[in-house]
Design a protein around this ligand. Sequence first.
Ligand code: NAD
Ligand code: TYD
Length: 346
Amino acid sequence: MRILVTGGCGFIGSHLVKKLLSMREIERVINLDSLTYAGQPYNLVDVENHRNYKFIHGSINDIELIGEILSSEAIDSIINLAAESHVDRSIGSVNEFIKTNIDGTRCILEQIVEHKNKGVDINLIQVSTDEVYGSLKPEEAPFVEETPLRPMNPYAATKASADMLVQSFVNTHGICAAITRCSNNYGPNQFPEKLIPLMILNSLEGKSLPVYGDGKQIRDWIHVSDHVSGIIATLKAVEENKVDSPFVINFGADNEMTNLEIVETVIEIIGVGREMIQFVSDRPGHDRRYAMGYGKAWELLSWEPLVMWREGITETVEWYLSNPEWIESIRSDEYRTWLENHYGRD
Ligand code: NAD
Ligand code: TYD
């Protein structure tokens, strides 16, 4: 298999690229990443000289570049992770989200059609999110693949739009695609604008721990390695024609926890006092609860999450403690400015 991964320098993309390069059946991995503030080439320093790997610095909005890569590298499948991924930033400004998440996906889809018209079939694995389903009430059952899309924040709306574009291209142009929807990921290499790494780094630096609203919002936290194994299982099922197109599939971990419980676990592992928790203004339009039903993934892909929460979060905290050079590499001016604008100086 010859794979184009987009957004491979980000959190999930970098774990995926490393896993793909360890698999015998994968002949080539091309990583197309525009290196936004969230793209860290340092995430892939261990594999940068791997003979089957090539990094290309460029954007999924560059439709000609995508076409060139698909032809010159004889790509079989594209795994699209390139995205603006942070809800809080999408509330500040949605422009980049529309550009990358929707229009970038459009560029990929149009190139797949162009190649199909020349007799070359290329599969797409579109990496989406549980957020496209909206927010659950406490008594409601977890989301399933048939749950109607009801995005409630600008980030989620752009991801849902991309999902719908993919579905429409399958229906209209007969391309082959899968859409994966996963719950909140945690693990090494996550950019510290997201809840868990932000709390770890703030605890280490003696800063306050900003919890939005009452801290009782619920997410279904999954270790990044389990998400990666789900994406790869989907890729194989699509390559082997084992599933119909568009194949929509959910991944979750039966690990619903409130944000406050997450923060309490992190500070207990690090050994910081509860007085560091600071309740701050709530996120506008904050989704109350996400939970994913993954029965279809178990039934059709024999997939299930393997990492237990306590083991995964302890290993994650230890990773941040033992990788100060990674932390230094992500401390860009842009990141500092974001922290100051969003939380104020403390
Ligand atoms: P991330 O923000 O860590 O990484 C995104 C990557 O995309 C970065 O390397 C960035 O440089 C790159 N990128 C951005 N715009 C680009 C463009 N125009 N062209 C090429 N590259 C571009 O994100 P992540 O957390 O690794 O998420 C990856 C994907 O998984 C996203 O599509 C996200 O919606 C989805 N997802 C994330 C989670 C989660 O909890 N993090 C859960 C479910 C789904
Ligand atoms: P986040 O990691 O941004 O992921 P998402 O918004 O995609 O779920 O946030 C996870 C939860 O943590 C979400 O309910 C918002 C909350 N949160 C805080 O309470 N404080 C923070 O500083 C951040 C970044 C998030």
